[in-house]
Design a protein around this ligand. Structure first.
Ligand code: PMP
Length: 460
């Protein structure tokens, strides 16, 4: 059976009747109908009507090598024929996760040499939470189990990952979070910096919120701090340069483990294999997923630092945790080939030395002065555009999120896929974008901003 036998309307009707979508208001979806993307190539996706849309989000922050990579399809095909599945429980292994683990240990920070696999970032964060608490228990400190996280953090959608995250709306639907997780202010200067406060000082103040939380709980009770190097789904919130060195200092001072969630920032997006490298950090865990396979297969890898791994190996006995698809042979084969492509094409370096700086300059030059833009910011190939009603006072348009949604709708209509988070527009394109693609994106975003401004000002 192929979808081509069905009209768009039929597909939309079946979708509405039977498919519960993630992060979706289902009544809305039924009223508006879903947008059905049916193929993609390079930096573009196409809907069932053949409309071409430049994908400013790399799918969902994941398709780093772009679409239409035959090599990835071929390696999956070969692996499926040879060995589609076998588990890695009970002292079994298969070749591709072995080779992938070796490769990940090479590109990870020097203190990281072990990998635990899952199928999603959420699962990897569940694993990380369990592992970190288990580590302290094995060290004879079971009470050292509190985790410090941040408001607006996104760590996934399972119960544990939602509990780790700091999204108020998600917590509202948890009906019982995993206990002993505290949330502090994020390093979001655009809204939280005080008048007259420098970026540097704001970064130190945001880090101090972590220290205060550690002291309030008692350092003997705090297992770890978890953070995304740059908050992604929370709105590409880029911390001031003073933030991470201070967090590192605080974690070391109180012997609190550092857990980085690099589900978005991993595998080249920031111009380094991992943002940890760019920030000079040696975390105890790094959660990765998404671009590990460029989204061609579901796979996550929790990178585990030597400190935890050694205790687990020497004192741990059996770790009662694992997923059927941990180390899935096909997903790992695709990941290996994907990492090979990223390396062969020099995509990490391209982001660091060429497209990352060019995106920053071009967004600033082309969109920074726009009448409804309060700030543009970027880090490697992730960027945010703050939508405001008044550039000077940074006052927002009425109806939280409505203005950015308006920009987003105009952008998609004009062939530019991007996302709105609250009143922030965000971009996270494939790493194959060139200067020309960045110019094309800026043209389309500018048009969307103009159209949205006309609509929003008329409405107001
Ligand atoms: N952590 C971060 C930082 C993420 O951005 C995401 C997904 N957007 C996750 C974890 C969860 O990953 P998944 O959706 O694969 O479970």
């Amino acid at each position: 059976m192929t979808y081509r036998n069905f009209s768009l309307n039929q597909l939309q009707e079946m979708d509405a009747a039977h498919h519960l979508h993630p992060f979706t208001d289902h009544e809305d979806l039924r009223a508006a109908g879903s947008r059905i993307i049916s193929r993609a190539n390079g930096p573009f996706v196409y809907d069932t009507e053949g409309r071409e849309i430049l994908d400013g989000m790399a799918g969902l922050w994941c398709v780093n090598v772009g679409y239409g990579r035959d090599e990835l399809a071929e390696v999956a095909h070969e692996q499926m024929k040879e060995l589609p599945y076998y588990n890695s429980f009970f002292r079994c292994s298969t070749p591709t996760p072995v080779l992938l683990s070796q490769r990940l240990a090479e590109i990870a920070p020097a203190n990281i040499n072990q990998v635990f696999y899952g199928s999603s970032g959420s699962e990897a964060n569940d694993t990380a939470l369990r592992l970190v608490r288990h580590y302290w228990a094995l060290e004879g400190k079971p009470e050292k189990n509190r985790i410090i996280s941040r408001n607006w953090a996104y760590h996934g959608s399972t119960v544990a990952a939602t509990s780790l995250g700091g999204m108020g709306a998600m917590h509202g639907q948890l009906y019982g979070a995993v206990p002993n997780i505290d949330h502090v202010m994020p390093p979001y200067a655009f809204e939280l910096r005080e008048a007259g406060e420098s970026d540097h000082d704001f970064g130190l103040r945001a880090a101090k919120a972590v220290e205060d939380a550690i002291l309030e709980a008692g350092p003997e009770n705090v297992a770890a701090f978890i953070g995304e190097p740059v908050m992604g789904a929370g709105g590409v919130k880029i911390p001031p340069e003073s933030y991470w060195p201070e967090i590192d200092r605080i974690c070391k001072k109180y012997d609190v483990l550092l857990m980085l969630d690099e589900v978005i920032t991993g595998y080249g997006r920031t111009g380094a294999w991992f943002a940890a490298e760019r920030l000079g950090l040696q975390p105890d865990t790094i959660t990765t997923a998404k671009a590990l396979t460029s989204g061609y297969q579901p796979l996550s890898a929790l990178l585990v630092g030597d400190r935890i791994a050694e205790t687990l190996v020497k004192k741990g006995g059996e770790f009662f945790h694992g997923y059927t698809y941990s180390g899935h042979p096909v997903a790992c084969a695709v990941a290996l080939k994907n990492l090979e492509i990223i390396e062969r094409e020099g995509l990490v370096e391209r982001v660091r030395t060429d497209t990352g700086p060019y995106l920053a300059e071009t967004l600033q030059a082309r969109l920074g002065g726009h009448g409804i833009v309060g700030e543009v910011r970027s880090f490697g190939l992730m960027a945010a555009i703050e939508i405001v009603a008044d550039k000077e006072t940074r006052k927002r348009f009425p109806g939280e999120g409505a203005a950015a949604s308006c920009v987003r709708d105009h952008a998609i209509d004009g062939g530019m896929m991007m996302r709105a988070v609250g009143d922030t527009m965000i971009l996270s394109p494939p790493l194959i974008w060139t200067r020309e693609t960045i110019d094309m994106a800026c043209d389309r975003i500018e048009t969307a901003l103009n159209r949205a401004e006309a609509e929003l000002r008329k409405g107001g």
